[in-house]
Design a protein around this ligand. Structure first.
Ligand SMILES: [Zn+2]
Ligand SMILES: [Zn+2]
Length: 480
């Protein structure tokens, strides 16, 4: 029979991973993410939005597979009883980035979805802050099973061991899968130059099985063009800028990138600054704090929370209310929004005015580091003061839409007199590290995914010892 692999998403594209694996008896999906590239060909935010699962299939955004998708998620009452019996035995999620987890919302609620415990908390954080709820962002009533590192999962005739890897989000895993047609390894997204060498454990675990690895499915995001900056360097650069500069510093990075948050937080402390986060980041931090085995404690008690908006989802209200009960003076409301805030949130008293807080801190010689409320200029301009610095601590915008949005931001920054510094370390493995990893694992077959220059990787690592299979979307690959 052999091992059957179909890459439905992630072939010659960065992200959108949806990889089907079957040994004849048991079939699973590795990740079920959103392809932002495909999505943005037809849809944008807030409009136009997708209408139905059928439409997403017709546009080639998700694969056409019988009995895979939910019926209930499309009807407003959300009754999932009529969802089909699963077409696959399970879906395994490597980590919480939307390009890996985003479209589990569409799946039949009768399919079990496995993910790391921490990934689950990050999904909950996202659910708490979702503003536009439609069928694509409805994660209700999914059959989610959490796992931890090294815990073996038996799914039909496959035995799966998730092992933590280092990536730009906590709770990222690679999988080692015994399929009775040989061992398959899936990296998910990973790097080998992060804060802690979590990825060492993953490689060590596989190195014990050298010779057995039939198939290695690896990420290949930056195999053609790579940075060479570590998270420690990011922290040093941030603290240099924050220490030298005398006004507000606003830092933008991906919400769930906890390592980056820690770097910003430490740099801010080193520069004797006060840290302000917006409510969304506050919610992410509160959920991430629940992750088991987190390497650092989150200093939640020393953080102020500013509100760049005043209407909230039910969950957001709940979490804000909790903070208000604890210590309302840590809530900072911009003056311009105050009357609206009071109208919508009558029960919250004892908060501070953001503007007064900023002025006071200036007088006492305490400068501010502010975590940016995303790249939304409307929100940013509610809190940003003329003459601040904006630090882009994430990758540069990719794709037409986010490039246009970023350009717009820069135009406004010109008016506001706000320069941008780019300080970033990637969440993805460098070409040299990946070569080293492959040479250590010595797989027989390699399928590179999550990248557009997979041929370069093949030519860089060499063809002699390994059989390279460059995937095409939807094409069946049989190993052995
Ligand atoms: Zn990814
Ligand atoms: Zn990722």
């Amino acid at each position: 029979m052999g091992l059957e692999v179909i890459v439905y998403g992630g072939a010659n594209e960065v992200g959108g991973n949806k990889i089907f694996i079957s040994n004849g008896e048991t079939s699973i999906f590795l990740d079920f993410g959103i392809s932002f590239e495909k999505n943005s060909r037809y849809f944008g935010f807030p409009r136009p939005r997708p209408r139905s699962i059928k439409q997403l299939i017709q546009l080639g955004i998700i694969p056409k597979i019988e009995h895979l998708y939910s019926r209930g998620v499309e009807n407003p009452e959300g009754n999932f009883d009529a969802d089909p019996e699963p077409a696959v035995d399970a879906v395994l999620i490597s980590h919480g980035h939307l390009d890996h987890i985003g479209y589990i919302s569409l799946l039949s609620r009768k399919i079990r979805v496995y993910m790391g415990e921490c990934c689950r908390h990050i999904l909950d954080a996202r659910r708490a802050t979702i503003w536009h709820k439609d069928f694509t962002t409805n994660y209700d009533e999914l059959d989610i099973a959490g796992f931890r590192s090294y815990q073996t999962l038996r799914i039909g005739s496959m035995t799966i061991t998730p092992i933590h890897v280092d990536h730009s989000i906590p709770g990222a895993y690679g999988f080692v899968i015994d399929t009775n047609e040989g061992v398959l390894v899936y990296t998910g997204d990973l790097r080998w130059h992060g804060v802690a060498n979590l990825t060492d454990d993953f490689v060590e675990f596989i190195a014990n099985r050298v010779g057995d690895v039939e198939l290695f499915i690896t990420e290949a995001t930056h195999v053609d063009y790579s940075g060479y900056t570590s998270e420690a360097e990011v922290e040093n650069k941030l603290s240099d800028i924050m220490g030298t500069f005398e006004s507000d510093v606003v830092v933008d990075f991906s919400r769930a990138d906890f390592d980056r948050f820690c770097s910003v937080h430490r740099a801010s402390e080193r520069a004797n600054r006060i840290l302000l986060v917006d409510l969304t980041e506050w919610i992410y931090l509160n959920f991430i704090a629940k992750c088991p085995g987190l390497r650092k404690e989150i200093p939640l008690k020393n953080i102020y929370v500013y509100l760049p908006k005043v209407t909230f989802s039910r969950q957001e209200k709940l979490i804000l209310g909790r903070l208000a009960d604890e210590d309302p003076s840590r809530i900072l409301v911009p003056e311009r929004l105050e009357s609206k805030f009071r109208r919508y949130n009558r029960n919250i008293r004892g908060y501070q005015r953001l503007n007064e807080f900023l002025e006071m801190s200036e007088k006492t010689n305490k400068r501010i580091t502010m975590i940016s409320p995303g790249r939304d200029i409307e929100k940013i301009s509610r809190v940003l003061r003329r003459g601040s610095i904006f630090i882009l601590a994430s990758s540069e915008p990719i794709g037409e839409e986010s490039e246009i949005e970023f350009e717009r931001l820069r135009n406004w920054f010109e008016e506001l007199g706000v320069p941008i510094y780019h300080v970033h370390a990637s969440g993805h493995i460098t070409p040299l590290d990946l070569k080293k990893m492959i040479e250590k694992i010595r797989p027989k077959n390699i399928i590179p995914v999550h990248g557009t220059r997979t041929k370069l990787l093949k030519n860089f690592v060499g063809e002699k010892e390994y059989k390279w299979i460059l995937p095409e979307e939807g094409r069946k690959i049989v190993i052995r």
